[in-house]
Design a protein around this ligand. Structure first.
Ligand code: SF4
Ligand code: SF4
Length: 178
């Protein structure tokens, strides 16, 4: 096809791009705004680590953790959704609305830490799905320990070692091979 025929064909052809915002977004494949389910999130921060646009911030605090997402910085690549180990992230199936400035539509969700099952202080969120992924067939004792705060987990581990090795002196003997 020579250049003139190509130009005429292009002039007669309908546009192949979608005119925003008049046309419907395609269904099933559209990657829109990201949102997070605080009941599933374990505050691991992987989504923030893999986001090359720095559109997600995960900030751990004393009793909770904030997850913030700015769609103005997002490229809608879907990498955060793909890497979340507990499937806490989803992308909307529509394009959402445009915003004028970075931060205009920033979304902050708070994940409240659950209470330690021993002392009641805030503990890291527990996920059975994640435990199964890391340690398939994990024992109930490990499951119990995963629900404890850092201090109680350490005490529980020391108590388990003492029980297994018969006290601090014999524990030390076992460790040093005496
Ligand atoms: S979709 Fe991509 S750019 Fe947007 S928050 Fe997730 S990783 Fe970042
Ligand atoms: S949303 Fe997923 S990847 Fe992000 S902090 Fe929560 S559990 Fe981790």
């Amino acid at each position: 096809m020579n250049i003139f025929n190509l130009a005429i064909a292009n002039l007669l052809h309908r546009p192949t791009t979608q005119r925003f915002p008049n046309r419907e977004a395609p269904t099933g494949v559209f990657r829109g705004h990201v949102t997070m389910d605080p009941d599933l999130c374990v505050t691991c921060g992987i989504c923030a680590q893999v986001c090359v646009s720095a559109a997600i911030q995960v900030v751990p605090l004393e009793a909770d953790c904030t997850w913030t997402y700015d769609p103005a910085a997002c490229t809608f690549c879907g990498s955060c959704v793909e890497h979340c180990p507990v499937d806490a992230l989803t992308q909307a199936a529509d394009r959402g609305s445009a915003c004028a400035l970075p931060g205009d539509q920033a979304l902050t969700i708070t994940v409240t830490y659950p209470a330690c099952s021993e002392c009641g202080r805030p503990a890291m969120p527990y996920s059975e799905a994640l435990l199964q992924l890391a340690l398939p067939g994990a024992a109930d004792e490990l499951r119990h320990r995963a629900r404890l705060c850092g201090d109680c987990r350490q005490k529980s581990s020391v108590a388990a070692m003492k029980k297994a090795f018969g006290g601090p002196d014999s524990t030390e003997r076992q460790i040093h091979g005496r």
